[in-house]
Write a protein that binds this ligand. Structure first.
Ligand SMILES: [Zn+2]
Length: 435
């Protein structure tokens, strides 16, 4: 608990450091991490020796670009080589904090293990983003999640208490839990919050959430607008992954996401592995500065994000990204040559009346199936609206519609909203995307 509080204080202080001081802090943490990896992590020791780079080459933050971006398959196939030698016993005992990644397309999942000391530090970053949007740690948080909730340090002191909303529940059952706990904060997946808002508008609004945070999945603007229109409170989106925990988040200004730059270095790279210009979309390549047990250096996340050089009006100096576009592997090239990121594919539908869940499945380059759920009996006009919106968004792609009772969820509560059959991926290779 004291350790967590210390790191909360550290994280709160870092968000308003002068930019030079923040970069100095990043460089100090990066140097320590690179030296640690070179000395203690077999995978990086071998890779960097082969490439001819090492800790001595790291004089500025820009020097990180001299280190290779590992092939994700290589990491997924031999995860134990990513574990720092001092933590190998803990790793083999399965005693660390374990999170599973989605895996690159075709690769196995990567289990990321963290030691207790590193995990406690991540609590600080977690709290910072909540505090930024006005979260009061004495108020409970409805927490939509697939696993039972461990009691973390602060909860033992009655702070940041959670009300579990098990991810496997259907919308009606989730609603009952929220109704029994009015006036609290919500921490929710967009693909589960959206159907609640669209189907149970009045009842959901009557639960009067104090504030709403979305995370874990892509949040198209139209879905956000629909949720906010129902609830009458803003939705603050956060960007995280199982590999690094939370990495970026919206402040009250909601004009882009502040990066947890004292926890991760998030590079936004183009096809040539160089940074893209502000406003352009690129691949998210991330280096963790905290996890000592299983470090990830220049890790290809497989996500597309939009670079930014914005200085936020809120005064926080943490650097920003403009937005999140979804998985690179789900980018679609249209028959006419245009490309659509997952966010662009999903955008036209959030506001359609009666649409409660949806997913777009590309069965071929010019053939898609739109799966949707609606509690309305009559959906003819909804179907017409879907067809019109799809034709405007993806000209030249033949569309079939399939109504379902509900779209399935993974045990984590996630729903795939865009799905591509093999061979339909937009780029020459999925991880290589430039605008
Ligand atoms: Zn801000």
């Amino acid at each position: 608990m004291l350790r967590s509080l210390y790191w909360v204080g550290s994280a709160l202080g870092a968000q308003r450091l002068p930019p030079g001081a923040l970069r100095a802090l990043q460089l100090q943490r990066l140097r320590r991490m690179i030296a640690h990896c070179q000395q203690s992590v077999p995978f990086y020791g071998a890779l960097w020796a082969k490439t001819g780079v090492g800790a001595a080459d790291l004089r500025t933050l820009e020097d990180l670009a001299r280190f290779p971006i590992p092939d994700r398959r290589a990491l997924e196939e031999e995860p134990e080589r990513l574990v720092a030698r001092p933590h190998l016993g803990l790793y083999r005992a399965g005693a660390g904090h374990i999170r599973r990644s989605g895996g690159s397309s075709g690769g196995p999942q990567l289990e990321v293990h963290a030691d207790a000391a590193s995990w406690a530090r991540l609590d600080g970053f977690y709290f910072r983003a909540l505090r930024a949007v006005g979260y009061d740690p004495r108020v409970s948080m409805a927490y939509f999640w697939g696993a039972p909730l461990p009691r973390r340090g602060l909860a033992r002191a009655g702070l940041m208490m959670k009300v579990g909303v098990p991810a496997h529940l259907d919308e009606e059952s989730q609603l009952l839990i929220l109704e029994q706990n009015p006036g609290i904060w919500w921490y929710y997946h967009p693909t589960s919050l959206f159907p609640l808002a669209k189907r149970f508008g009045e009842r959901l609004r009557a639960t009067s959430p104090r504030g709403v945070i979305s995370h874990a999945e892509l949040l198209p603007r139209s879905m956000r607008a629909a949720i906010e229109a129902t609830l009458g409170v803003p939705v603050y989106d956060q960007y995280g992954t199982s590999e690094f925990n939370r990495m970026a988040w919206e402040c009250p200004a909601r004009r882009g996401y502040h990066i947890d730059a004292d926890s991760v270095i998030l590079e936004v790279l183009g096809d040539d592995d160089r940074p893209v210009a502000p406003g352009e979309t690129g691949r998210a390549v991330v280096t963790g500065l905290i996890n000592q047990m299983m470090p990830l250096i220049r890790y290809e996340l497989g996500d597309l994000v939009v670079a930014s050089d914005r200085r936020c009006e809120c005064g926080r100096t943490l650097p920003m990204i403009e937005g999140i576009e979804g998985r690179a592997a789900d980018v679609v090239t249209l028959p006419g040559g245009g490309r659509r990121t997952p966010r662009e594919l999903l955008e036209p539908y959030g506001g359609l009346d009666g649409l409660e869940q949806y997913r777009i499945v590309f069965e071929g380059p010019a053939e898609a199936r739109f799966e949707f759920a609606s509690s309305r009996e009559e959906v003819a006009s909804l179907e017409r609206a879907i067809r019109d919106a799809f034709e405007a968004s993806c000209p030249g792609v033949a569309l079939s519609l399939r109504r379902v009772d509900a779209l399935e969820k993974a045990p984590t509560g996630k729903r795939r909203m865009v799905s591509l059959a093999d061979g339909v991926a937009g780029g020459a290779s999925a991880s290589r995307f430039v605008e």
